[in-house]
Design a protein around this ligand. Structure first.
Ligand code: M6R
Length: 600
């Protein structure tokens, strides 16, 4: 995934576009560039992070576009960085997505056009150049050029001597921000949230012309109206608020994020849930199977959801890594609900699985954090996790908010299917309501967890094991550690220890055991003995003080029933953070990763 920003207005264009790129850097950060359009184009590019890109100060234009890149086609070099231009260097294009037929287009254009990069994007300015030669407007040239493109794209285009920005989207997200005598464009709202929270989400197939005080949107050649809405996010929510890293700030935001996830959704007397979805009790009673599709951290939330849903709603649940999903035979789509869990709502693998489910005729439900994202437009129903903006590439608050939200879903299904008694529903919902306080208790133990992380930071590798809901937490905690510290970390179902991972256990490989209630802690304690016999230091995460003597170190978790493992995860987020911090890693922007992966 990459980031697009753009601005048209009378303020300092160079600084505004540069700031937009800094805000977007979490989307990709291996190269960046800016184009400012006036009588001519001024282009600056850099290999590396946005900080290495100087703010354009001598540009005379009031129109600017910028891009921060996560490479797919071509290495992260300055020539491959966007914006890309035509032969005359008067058309500049920034692009997210993939042009699938770029090789054929390049072959067709090569006779009359000179290409200077290895990217798929570069065909776009040359196609636009071809149409501008016919004397048409920039918006018409973009309309004609995009008709030739196959694949997914969000593009922003500007050109010397043209008084605006033209944008187009096909699948990849793009939205417009409306300011005072200023118009913004961004691949997400963080691009311009410092300036305005009034936005218009473009739909797939839309092409729009932006001036400082007007936006005209076309679809399929005809003018269309798109709604403007006001986002609840503000600039402060997207800042670091004094923390060294977004990740640490977002870990600390979890009690608030959880309160937002729950707020207004639990009815009086704690006996019902209102998720504002249009799935009738009759339909939910008829559902034979729930298929969850997701990637990465969201996949781990899906595994957690399976534990909760099967218990609370007595329904068969399968959880599939989205890139491996295919609506399989032997299933009746009418009796299958497909749930796509995705923080960004833009993950290509998850969207592809969702589309497969839609084609099969199954009902679909999205669980996401992102208003206006593609998943919300394509799924039949959406439940928002309401975690607020998450900038750190490592997902933290969105994982706990996903788990809290699917707990509400489990209670809703359990009630609708007459599985949960009123008392059982009440207990489950009381557990969700206790989550913010329980997470705060973990945050209060930060100094102890930090000390443990420092002690183990130089270890050769880390292992995490757990059972039942402790298993997805083991997977998630290992993912967190490996992605930000670059240490090898592996999570597995504790029962699998002796079927392979035990061969790697040594005195230099700490083992973290999730020993929370309802995660079959007694059995996992046998595995603890097995790793201790090989000399491995063991950290136990538990609410049961009687386990103290079995482990070398304890992280204490407050009791909260089936949600105890997700609270344990918060302790292990802090552990991962401080191991990475000790190694001085770029925690918010781990190498080779991006916040949302919009290519398959
Ligand atoms: O936006 P999504 O939830 O669909 O993203 C899926 C994964 O790319 C994501 O959860 C990733 O694994 C995390 N950022 C890792 O911390």
């Amino acid at each position: 995934m990459c980031g697009i920003t753009g601005y048209i207005g009378t303020d300092d264009t160079g600084s505004i576009v540069h700031q937009g790129l800094e805000n977007l850097e979490y989307r990709g950060y291996d190269s960046a560039g800016i184009a400012i359009a006036g009588e001519s184009l001024t282009i600056q590019k850099t290999e590396g992070e946005v900080g290495e890109l100087s703010v354009p100060t001598h540009a005379d234009g009031m129109v600017g576009i910028g891009h921060t890149r996560w490479s797919t086609h071509g290495e992260p070099t300055a020539p491959n960085a966007h914006p890309h231009t035509d032969c005359t260097e008067s058309v500049a294009v920034v692009h997210n997505g993939i042009i699938e037929n770029y090789e054929a287009l390049k072959a067709e254009l090569r006779d009359r056009h000179t290409f200077t990069s290895d990217t798929d994007t570069e065909v776009i300015p040359h196609l636009i150049e071809t149409h501008l030669e016919d004397g048409v407007s920039l918006v018409t040239a973009v309309q004609r050029a995009t008709r030739r493109l196959e694949g997914s794209y969000a593009i922003a285009v500007t050109a010397a001597d043209h008084d605006g920005i033209v944008v187009a989207r096909e699948d990849s997200p793009l939205l417009i921000g409306h300011g005072e005598a200023a118009t913004y464009v961004g691949s997400d709202a963080t691009a311009f949230i410092d300036h305005t929270n009034r936005v218009t989400y473009l739909k797939t197939g839309d092409i729009a012309r932006l001036t400082d005080d007007d936006v005209t949107v076309y679809n399929d050649g005809a003018r269309v109206q798109r709604d403007t809405q006001t986002l609840e996010w503000d600039a402060d929510a997207a800042g670091k608020s004094g923390y060294n890293h977004y990740m640490l700030k977002e870990i600390h935001e979890q009690p608030r994020a959880l309160r937002q996830a729950i707020s207004g959704r639990i009815n009086d007397f704690e006996t019902g849930v209102d998720l504002d979805i249009d799935l009738t009790a009759e339909y939910l009673r008829a559902v034979e199977e729930i298929q969850i599709v997701a990637c990465g951290t969201s996949y781990h939330a899906g595994l957690y959801a399976k534990e909760l849903l099967e218990t609370a709603a007595d329904v068969r649940v399968t959880v599939t890594i989205a890139s491996e999903y295919e609506f399989s035979g032997g299933r009746d789509p009418q009796e299958t609900l497909v749930v796509a869990i995705t923080q960004s709502g833009e993950t290509a693998d998850t969207l592809s699985a969702l589309r497969d489910a839609i084609r099969s005729g199954a009902r679909t439900l999205a669980v996401t954090n992102t208003l206006g994202s593609t998943v919300t437009r394509e799924a039949d129903e959406t439940v928002f996790i309401r975690a607020g903006p998450e900038i750190g590439v490592a997902a933290t608050k969105t994982f706990v908010s996903q788990v809290a939200t699917v707990t509400l879903l489990a209670a809703h299904l359990g009630e609708a299917r007459n599985v949960l008694s009123t008392q059982a529903t009440r207990d489950l919902l009381a557990g969700v309501q206790e989550l913010p306080g329980a997470v705060q208790q973990i945050l209060d133990q930060e100094p102890t967890i930090k000390e443990a992380a420092r002690t183990h930071a130089d270890s050769e590798a880390f292992f995490y094991m757990g059972r039942q809901a402790g298993y997805p937490v083991a997977l998630e905690s290992a993912l967190k550690l490996k992605e930000i510290s670059y240490d090898h970390a592996e999570g597995f179902a504790a029962g699998e220890l002796k079927h392979g991972p035990l061969a790697l256990v040594t005195p230099d490989t700490p083992v973290v055991a999730v020993l929370t209630a309802e995660s079959a802690a007694e059995k996992t304690l046998n595995n603890v003995k097995e790793v201790k016999a090989r000399g491995a230091p063991v950290i136990g995460v538990t609410s049961d003080p009687s386990h103290t003597s079995s482990v070398d170190q304890m992280f204490d978790i407050p009791e909260c029933g089936p949600l105890e493992p997700v609270v344990a995860n918060v302790a292990l987020q802090l552990f991962a953070y401080y191991v990475a911090d000790e190694k001085d890693r770029p925690i918010d922007k781990p190498r080779n990763l991006a916040k949302s992966v919009t290519v398959e």
